[in-house]
Design a binder for this molecule. Structure first.
Ligand code: L14
Length: 335
């Protein structure tokens, strides 16, 4: 079988999950380079029972690399273009290039065709956007979408390993009646909700909220879709949940939507009220699918649906989606 030289840039929560997912899904990795900042260089990671020493990223790191998965943050801003010039296809999980008109923004279940026009760089969307569009795509195709109102309940893992540690430590502190300390979040996250993810913008929205607005239109290829979002950090370790209200162009009953979602790629419907079955973050943890439940009509408008959408934000929201894009490139002969 043909194999590919792969670089993973970043060894935080997302980078580590990328390595795990590459291994689990049996991506045809020939040579592997694990790159990071000088802070992690020299440490080791395990891939397929072999130890790899983490190397410091430099512009020269990408010679001979076929595909470079950037886990996020600043790295792709500094080395992304250099990697492309060295001949790698870059799949970038950061926000740096997502809205660049020269860069496809891809969710394989939604717009796989967009990989074809890549010019070396492909962006992985924001975690909250990915799981929402996977759930909305079959509804869009069947009935069109006018407007989406979404509220998110986002896990701390999206903010990295330090944020996971902070929730654990603060939970202990609260239960022990100790003073609560922290440095990742602006306020205590344990036993609390923060309507604040990423930075605030001039228009009063957070950047995370505007990512959901803008990325949804680009991925769905429809500028007319109205999206409004409230993104909230909740004291959950991993797995984002979303309350999604959607106004369709044509009438779609809850039963019809449920049936469409049952057949949709990458979706698992968990929707049995008798059995108290609905998607849960703790059950989505470690899974690659998007879970959808509580599907019901919004009786306040002619064509409205409500649903509850949950996914593992480190996997489908980041690492798995990036690896799926790499798989797509292989299938399409684009690597
Ligand atoms: O835009 O803090 O990909 O949970 C996703 C995780 C932004 C921050 C992105 C978080 C990031 C977000």
């Amino acid at each position: 079988m043909k194999t590919y030289s792969v670089a993973v840039v970043g060894t935080g929560a997302v980078g580590q999950t990328m390595l795990k997912v590459l291994e689990e899904r049996n991506f045809p990795v020939g040579k592997l380079k694990v790159l990071a900042t000088s802070r992690s260089a020299g440490k080791t990671v395990t891939f397929r029972d072999e130890e790899y020493v983490i190397e410091e990223t430099t512009p020269a790191s990408f010679a001979g690399i076929d595909v470079a998965l950037f886990a996020g943050g600043e790295a792709s801003k500094i080395y992304g273009r250099a990697a492309v010039e060295a001949g790698a296809v870059v799949i970038d999980n950061s926000n740096n290039f997502r809205m660049d008109p020269e860069v496809p923004l891809v969710v394989p279940e939604v717009n796989p065709q967009d990989v074809r026009w890549h010019k070396g760089l492909i962006a992985n969307p924001n975690c909250s956007t990915i799981q929402m569009v996977v759930a909305l795509k079959p509804i869009y195709d069947a009935a069109g979408i006018k407007r989406i109102v979404v509220s998110t309940y986002q896990a701390v893992s999206g903010a990295g390993q330090e944020a996971i540690d902070e929730l654990r430590q603060q939970s202990r502190q609260v239960l022990a009646g100790e003073e609560v300390t922290g440095k990742v979040f602006p306020w205590q996250i344990a036993f609390n909700c923060l309507p604040h993810i990423d930075v605030f913008l001039e228009n009063g929205y957070s950047k995370e909220e505007m990512k959901m607005v803008n990325e949804t239109k680009k991925i769905m290829g429809d500028d007319q879709i109205q999206v409004t979002a409230t993104t909230v950090r909740v004291p959950v370790f991993n797995g984002h949940s979303e309350a999604v209200n959607v106004e369709t162009r044509e009438k779609l009953t809850a039963a019809a939507a449920r049936e469409l979602l049952r057949r949709a790629p990458g979706v698992v419907v968990v929707d049995d009220l008798e059995a108290k079955a609905y998607p849960l973050a703790i059950q989505a943890d470690g899974r690659d699918e998007v879970f959808v439940g509580r599907i019901r009509e919004d009786f306040t408008i002619a064509n409205g649906l409500n649903m509850w959408v949950v996914a593992d934000n480190l996997r489908k929201g980041a690492a798995t989606n990036a690896v799926q894009i790499a798989e797509l490139l292989v299938q399409e002969g684009l690597l």
